[in-house]
Design a protein around this ligand. Sequence first.
Ligand code: KIV
Length: 271
Amino acid sequence: MSVNKDIKRVTVHTLRSMKDEGERISMLTAYDYSMARILDEAGIEVLLVGDSASNVMAGHETTLPITLDQMIYHASSVIRAINRALVVVDLPFGTYQGNSRKALSSAIRIMKESGAHAVKLEGGMAVQSSIKRILKAGVPVMGHLGLTPQSIYKFGTYVVRAKEEQEAEQLRSDAKLLESIGCFAIVLEKIPSKLAKEVAESVSIPIIGIGAGPDVDGQVLVTHDMLGITKEFKPRFLRVYVNLYDQIKSAAQHYIEDVKKRDFPNKEEAY
Ligand code: KIV
């Protein structure tokens, strides 16, 4: 897609100004050209090439199996579609934890090979040296705290995080740390609304919630969930805007019928 020079692009600075002005930030996931084009035209501010692609695109049970090469493939497809949105790409599991050099080279591969605008990674204090190294190279970093799906085998379940004071305190201090080292925003996933509000008020960078209640600076959902394509996933925080699973299925059934009864193609649809 050619870049439309009349459209003002969303940058990390735009998001900061939105927080300052009290304007809510909208963010959705995208993994392919066609969907990204629709969402960008709709006016979404941030597109996240999430490692949730591992679940919704590849059918894995967790986000752990997706590779850096696969994330780069998804991200470059999204980048070709957008005119305005800020595109943030998840660093997949195993490409940044415990080795800041590896983290930097993973982030650089994403930026260079896909043309994305920023990376996101999960965790606070434990991954701070990776984040610092990536930031030092000039790559914007979005943090992700609360329920961090790459650690699902440590948590054991997808239940609400930070309900106990000790974990809540750790989250508060991780959010402050991410702000102080230079992250441009933080995703807070599946934590009590009261805690999310407190964190959003305590930092100057935007807090984007998913299952974190209304009192944060923006919201993110997995696009396939809010479009009703992923049928079984129905957490309390999800609002389903359309039932595409049934609509696509019914359109496909209609097409099959038309083919069987030789109604498709008709004269006007043939050469
Ligand atoms: O991978 C993803 O889709 C995410 C969102 C749930 C925030 O990280």
